[in-house]
Write a protein that binds this ligand. Structure first.
Ligand code: FAD
Length: 465
């Protein structure tokens, strides 16, 4: 049994936790970070954002190479060496987690490996390989993240996988059901489709990626219609594991009448916060029934020396939200007057094509009773999109009607996620349609569609000097 005394303990080393720990250490706070995993980086680096993007890169190249045959360049049918694909993905993760370990060491952040639980408002016990470590702290930041939701009727069978299982890439199933039409399921569906799997997607709601803009998702649906068989407003009611496959029964609008046989079922119905797993109540921290921890704008819980960040404080469960919250919490611990109040948090589905949005969606604008105007630019009219055979795209911007201020934007199309940065910056800086229209966008770029959409906002052109 060992004991450590520190000014700050960070529980969980995902993007929220390591960002908080590094910022605190940079500000001179003596910091300890705890994680059950050996490598820093949490879900995002180890089994989330990064390995999925390595595989999506492979999928994108395969798809682009296939499309080239329409323009006179034909490659042979791809063959797949799963061991090599897996080692490529693992090497990407390793490079980044090693980088984090180096940055942690440089900052003298002490990493305690093991499972941590609060034992009081100033103490945590960590159960690790070498026994128990008791940490006494002045301040704590809880950054324990989230885990996949499982469904009660799903049998325990190695052919039923979650996102972590999908990233392991044990084999390429001939036919896979993606249960849940959210970002994670669609990204993994994109990967497996590129590698040759037949993919069905079932979604309980009437839209894939329910939080995204309706028009953008409509365009996405058009582009994937030959890729995925999508069943909306349909739910899975049972999965029976038999020797020759998983037999899935459906109910709802697009439900097949008979059970359908799959080689794999990927359950991707969302993630649940880990707030209840850290014994936070022993420190007096309130955890909701669903496992979230409530915080104020400075990321402080109901206990004044304990903060919480990342997936376990609420939606959207995204790495960049976690890291920004981490910076806020660390700066407040270090005595600075920082708070978390972004005008928009970008969401990106790195599918092919990508779907990206930030700020208010049109649905939210209607629900909030905002007086707004929409300006859209179809990529079929973009020179760059035509030259790259990427015309299945749309840029949609939402302006406040009275002021012309940009309040939301959504893009579907290749590289939409990279393009979204400009819209996010414009929203955060309070830019209006004229600011964006007068910004000279290079020609021919896909980003031009943002400037051209802004020009379409009523009054922009005539009001220009
Ligand atoms: P996490 O990253 O969840 O890290 C929490 C850490 O805490 C874990 O390492 C865990 O081991 C540790 N922990 C938990 N409890 C304890 C305990 N009691 N003791 C010790 N350690 C503990 N987001 C994006 O923004 N972009 C993407 O492209 C993206 N892609 C994704 C793809 C997949 C397949 C998945 C699953 C997620 C993806 N996400 C993406 C979501 C992103 O991974 C999360 O939003 C992000 O990791 C949350 O960060 P966090 O700091 O809250 O916690």
């Amino acid at each position: 049994m060992s004991e450590i005394k520190t000014q700050l303990v960070v529980l969980g080393a995902g993007p929220g936790g390591y960002s908080a720990a590094f910022r605190a250490a940079d500000l001179g706070v003596d910091t300890v970070i705890i994680d059950a995993r050996e490598a820093l980086g949490g879900v995002c680096l180890n089994v989330g954002c990064i390995p999925s993007k390595a595989l999506l890169h492979v999928a994108k190249v395969i798809q682009e190479a296939k499309q080239l045959s329409a323009h006179g360049v034909t490659f042979g049918e791809p063959t797949f060496d799963l061991d090599k694909i897996r080692s490529w993905k693992d090497s990407v993760v390793e490079q980044l987690t090693k980088g984090l370990a180096g940055m942690s060491k440089m900052r003298k952040v002490k990493h305690v490996q093991g499972y941590g639980k609060f034992t009081g408002p100033n103490t945590i016990e960590v159960e690790g390989k070498d026994g128990i470590t008791t940490i006494t702290f002045e301040n704590a930041i809880i950054a324990a993240g989230s885990e996949p939701v499982s469904l009660p009727f799903v049998p325990k069978d190695e052919r039923v996988i979650d996102s972590t299982g999908a990233l392991e890439m044990r084999d390429i199933p001939s036919k896979m059901l993606v249960l849940g039409g959210g970002i994670i399921g669609l990204e993994m569906g994109t990967v497996y489709h590129a590698l040759g799997s037949e993919i069905d997607v079932v979604e309980f709601l009437d839209q894939l990626m329910p939080a995204a803009d309706k028009d953008i998702v409509k365009m996405y649906m058009k582009t994937i219609k030959n890729k995925f068989n999508t069943m909306l407003e349909t739910k899975v009611t049972g999965i029976e594991a038999k020797d020759d496959g998983l037999y899935v029964t459906f109910e709802g609008k697009q439900a097949p009448a008979e059970p359908v046989r799959y080689d794999r079922v990927l359950v991707a119905v969302g993630r649940k916060p880990n707030g209840s797993l850290v014994a936070a109540q022993k420190a007096g921290v309130t955890v909701t029934d669903r496992g979230f921890i409530e915080v104020d704008k400075q990321m402080r819980t109901n206990v004044s020396n304990i903060f919480a960040i990342g997936d376990l404080v609420g939606q959207p469960m995204l790495a960049h939200k976690a890291s920004h919250e981490g910076h806020v919490a660390a700066e407040v611990v270090a005595g600075k007057k920082h708070y978390f109040d972004p005008k928009g948090i970008p969401s990106v589905a790195y599918t092919e094509p990508e779907v990206a949005w930030v700020g208010v969606t049109e649905k939210e604008a209607i629900e909030q009773g905002l007086n707004y105007e929409v300006a859209t630019f179809p990529w079929a009219a973009s020179g760059r999109a035509i030259a790259c055979a990427a015309t299945d795209g749309l840029t949609k911007m939402i302006f406040e009607k009275d002021t012309g201020r940009l309040i939301g934007g959504a893009i579907v199309g290749t590289n939409a996620g990279e393009m979204l940065g400009e819209i996010g910056l414009a929203i955060e800086m309070g830019a209006d349609a004229e600011d964006i229209a007068l910004t000279i966008h290079a020609h021919p770029t896909l980003n031009e569609s943002i400037g051209l959409a802004a020009e379409l906002f009523e009054g922009t052109i005539t009001d220009m000097p």
